[in-house]
Each structure stands twice: as C-alpha cells, then as structure tokens.
Design a protein around this ligand. Structure first.
Ligand code: ATP
Length: 486
C-alpha cells in the first residue's frame, strides 16, 4: 500500500487533501492523472451499464434531500456502526473491525516487552489474544455503543432543528424517490434499472487505508426493479436477477483487468444483513490490506418503495398489465465504490520487473482505463522539424484521446516515466521521420510506436496513426497490428 500511496503522489494520481495545512484525515484529492483514471472508470461503467443496455436509464439526483427521506429509509434509526472507546488513550474503534488491525501487546511472559502482533493472531510468547486497546495496548475498551454515520447539516441561514438535514450516505435513495418519475416519463416496463454515479458521505469511525475507506467518496449504484410475482428460468424474478447481477459485476471487473484470483464472492450471514435485505453478496478484492469489500449486491426487496410510499403518502407501485393488479417492485442493488474500484485497478495493474538489469515499474492498465493513451516523444528536441512534427501528431491524436507530449529527458527515461503511469503506447519521432537534407537523406514520414507491455516497436506511417490507435484502443491486439507493419 505504501508503494501505491507514494507512486500516486509522485506521479500526480492522488494527493493528501489540504496537504499544505498538514492534511485532512482520510480526505484525498485526485491529481491530473488520478482524475483521468477515475473519469475512465465512471465512463466505462456508464457506457456498459446505462448506455448499452436497453433495460437501463440514468439519473443524477441531488445530494441534499428532504430529511424525511432518511427517516423513511431507516437511516436515522439504523445507519449505525458499533463504536468502542479506549478508556486509557480515548481512541475510538469500530467494534466489528477492531481485530482487523495489528495490535500492541505488553507480554507478561517476556517481562512486559512490547510487541506489535498481526491482526487476529495471538501472542506467540504467551498465547493471549487481544482484549485491550489495539493502539496503546493498555486501556480497556468500553462496551459497544451505536454511532450514526450520517453527516448532519442545515439548509438555509438558520441553524435550527427544523432545517436540519443530512449529506446522503448512499446515492440509492435519490433513485427510490424518483421511481415513479422515471417509470412514467420513460414509459418503463418491469424489469428495468436506474443507475447513478455520485458522491456519498459517511462519518466513518475509523477511516483509513488510503482511499479504501474515506468519509467522502463516490458510488456507482444501480437499482434494478423486478416484478416479484414473475418467474424467470424457474426462479423467482428477484432471485434470478440477483444471480445475474452478481455474475455481470464480477465479469465487468475482470474485463477491465482485475485478475480472477484476486476476486471472490462473500455471502452475508443472516445476522449481518442490513435491515432491508433478503440476501446480500459482496464482491471482495484482495487489496494490499487483505480481502475486503469492493462492492455489494443486495436484494432490498420492496422495503424502500413501501417505506417511501408510507411516509410520503404517494403510491410507488407498478401496474402489472397481464395480471391487472398493482405490485410494489422488488429491487436488486449492485453498489460499487468508485474510489475502491480505482484502488483495486491500481493495485492489480502495478508490477515491478527487471529489464536488462534495471528495475522497471509498470502499471498494466487496460487501455480504456489508462489515464494517458499515447505519449508523443521527439528523439531530438534540438531539431525544430522533429519537434514540430511531434506536436502536430499530438494535436491530431488529441482530438480523439488523452495524449501527452514530453521532451524533458532522454528516450529511455521518457519510456520508463510512461510505463510508470500505465500509458499503453508511445510514439517517437526521429530524424528518419523528417529526413536530413544536409546528409541528403529523405523523410520516410514514419514514426515508431512502442507497446508498453511487450516493449516491442513497429514503424508506422504518420497518416496511419489515427486508424492504428482506434484499433489498439478499442480492443485490437498489439500482435495483430504489429504484423501489419513488419
Ligand atoms: P463497509 O462494510 O466496508 O463499511 P458497506 O457494506 O457499508 O462497506 P455499502 O453500504 O454496501 O458499504 O456501500 C457500497 C459500496 O460503497 C461499498 O462496496 C464500497 O465500495 C463503497 N463504500 C462504502 N463506504 C465507503 C467508504 N467509507 N469509503 C469508500 N468507499 C466506500
């Protein structure tokens, strides 16, 4: 994780928020490359789930909502985590996560020596397990108290109870309260889904692990409405669609580069299920901190629509033409964190390898995720015609993709820099490209394309570049392209 944090800062992916003031705990700013990567994740998700599917539509609801929304949804009463306090150092922990960090232990069997023991393990000297505060190793922990994770705020200039509301802790409720608006305006028939990407806020007791758990984060959520009376392939529609969404979500992460061995499914135990859920399965990723939740896929039943109907007095149901009856749809919710997805893609892409006795750091991003698609590198920055040609190529390709020009180092160094930020292709312009009249050498009008993963190079006419990159950046293989330009 330290390697990723330091690479992220050094190469302009992610910076500590308000760093010049000493930083704000667990808040992060996405730098020039980070914002490209994040936009790419959101764009692919939107394209694959909203634009390409006939059964999906999008929404962008506001973050501040009517306060009764959170009463109806159960968040005011139930959106809590169990919190324990250390009576000695006063630090606070989430009771259900307290054994997930290494713990400090003063071991009686070794004259009170201090040890830091890996999470969940007993002391190898005395065999004791953690009972005291994991940070200071001295204080007892209080019994758990429920702590509400919603951020309170006030609407308008008067800070009084009547104007109190919350920053949304999930984007989902914006979808539920708009169910009827969307269904009516878009003439939707069940099953159909509404997707949304947006910020959510949770006053987490123990944020941390870089962008894994923060208090402000982004979610990509789908609420997929089904008719609970329907049967699909012999299964109740909600159960069928739940399975479909689990499979689709796993496949999506793999399509953009997460390795199968780093992904697994975890079913929630009955006592762990949220107050609204019939079944929830988490997709977990093997993060640098160990297996942890990347996204959750819940069957929220008809809980939310029924609650909002009751609290608002507006019917939120669907007229089943076939059965001639009103029904409240069940909803399947695939809910992913943008920031956690970004961390997973970053961790999976990161590789160190040895090339001709030197360490090469490379981010093997899927081309559609890579923040920069092509880097244009002039081999000789003293030659005006080389530099001019390189700029012209940059301008042409920048009409279609994120492209950079760099001439601030020797070529080997420039390649390493692009490898380290995951740029899939580099284009070099050299003297052969533009010709050398002094030596009587004519221009060949070709440039060299270098492939990040194989480090192979081919020479391609400048005119062919847009078509070649269109092919390479939309799924075409390097081998196939290289064979056309021997
Ligand atoms: P956790 O158990 O890790 O607290 P959760 O089960 O409360 O997560 P959900 O309510 O299912 O999370 O939220 C859906 C998704 O939103 C999560 O899978 C995760 O990707 C993302 N997410 C939730 N909380 C945070 C957070 N504090 N920081 C970053 N992403 C988050």
């Amino acid at each position: 994780m330290d390697t990723l944090v330091s690479l992220s800062k050094r190469r302009g992916f992610i910076f500590q928020s308000s760093e010049i003031y000493g930083g704000t705990g667990s808040c992060w700013d996405y730098g020039p490359l980070g914002v490209e990567l994040k936009q790419n994740i959101k764009r692919l998700w939107w394209r694959d789930y909203i634009q390409r599917r006939p059964d999906m539509v999008g929404l962008d609801a506001s973050i501040l909502m009517h306060p009764t929304v959170w009463k109806a949804s159960g968040h005011v009463d139930n959106f809590t985590d169990p919190m324990v306090d250390c009576l000695e150092c006063r630090r606070r922990f989430r009771a259900d996560k307290v054994d997930e960090t290494p713990w400090v232990h003063y071991c009686a069997a070794t004259k009170g020596n201090k040890f830091t023991i890996p999470s969940g393990e007993p002391c190898s000297h005395c065999g004791e397990r953690r009972t005291l505060c994991p940070e200071c190793g001295k204080g007892s922990l209080t019994p758990p108290r429920q702590f509400n994770l919603m951020f309170k705020t006030f609407m308008g200039p008067v800070e009084e109870d009547a104007s109190q509301t919350y920053l949304r802790p999930e984007t989902a409720q914006g979808i539920f309260v708009n169910f009827d608006n969307v269904a009516q305006s878009m003439r939707r028939k069940l099953p159909f889904g509404i997707g949304q990407i947006g910020k959510a806020f949770r006053n987490e007791i123990t944020p941390g692990n870089f962008i894994f758990r923060t208090r402000e984060f982004e979610q990509m959520e789908i609420e997929y409405f089904v008719n609970p009376r329907d049967t699909v392939e012999g299964k109740p529609a909600d159960e069928y669609w739940h399975e479909r969404w689990i499979a689709d979500s796993l496949a999506w992460f793999q399509r953009y580069g997460l390795r199968a061995e780093n992904l697994r499914l975890r079913e929630h135990e009955k006592d762990e299920l949220a107050h609204y859920a019939k079944r929830t399965a988490d997709i977990e990723y093997r993060f640098p901190i160990g297996w942890s939740e990347l996204m959750g896929i819940a069957n929220r039943t008809d809980f939310d629509l029924k609650q909002h109907a009751q609290f608002s007095g507006k019917a939120l149901s669907y007229f089943d033409e076939e059965r001639k009856e009103h029904v409240v749809p069940y909803v399947i919710e695939p809910s992913a964190g943008v920031d956690r997805a970004l961390l997973a893609f970053l961790a999976d892409a990161y590789q160190e390898e040895e090339v001709r006795g030197e360490k090469r750091v490379v981010l093997r991003f899927h081309p559609e995720l890579a923040p920069v698609k092509v880097a244009i590198l002039p081999l000789l920055k003293k030659r005006d015609d080389v530099v001019r040609t390189a700029h012209a190529i940059r301008d042409t390709l920048a009409k279609h993709w994120t492209v950079v020009y760099d001439d601030t180092a020797a070529i080997g160094r420039l390649y390493r820099r692009q490898d380290e930020v995951g740029t899939p292709y580099c284009v070099t312009v050299d003297v052969q490209t533009v010709g050398d009249t002094d030596k009587g050498e004519s221009a060949d009008g070709k440039v060299t394309i270098r492939d990040r993963d194989s480090m192979e190079q081919v020479r391609v006419p400048i005119d062919a570049l847009p078509a070649v990159f269109l092919d390479l950046l939309s799924g075409g293989s390097w081998a196939a392209v290289a064979s056309r330009f021997p």
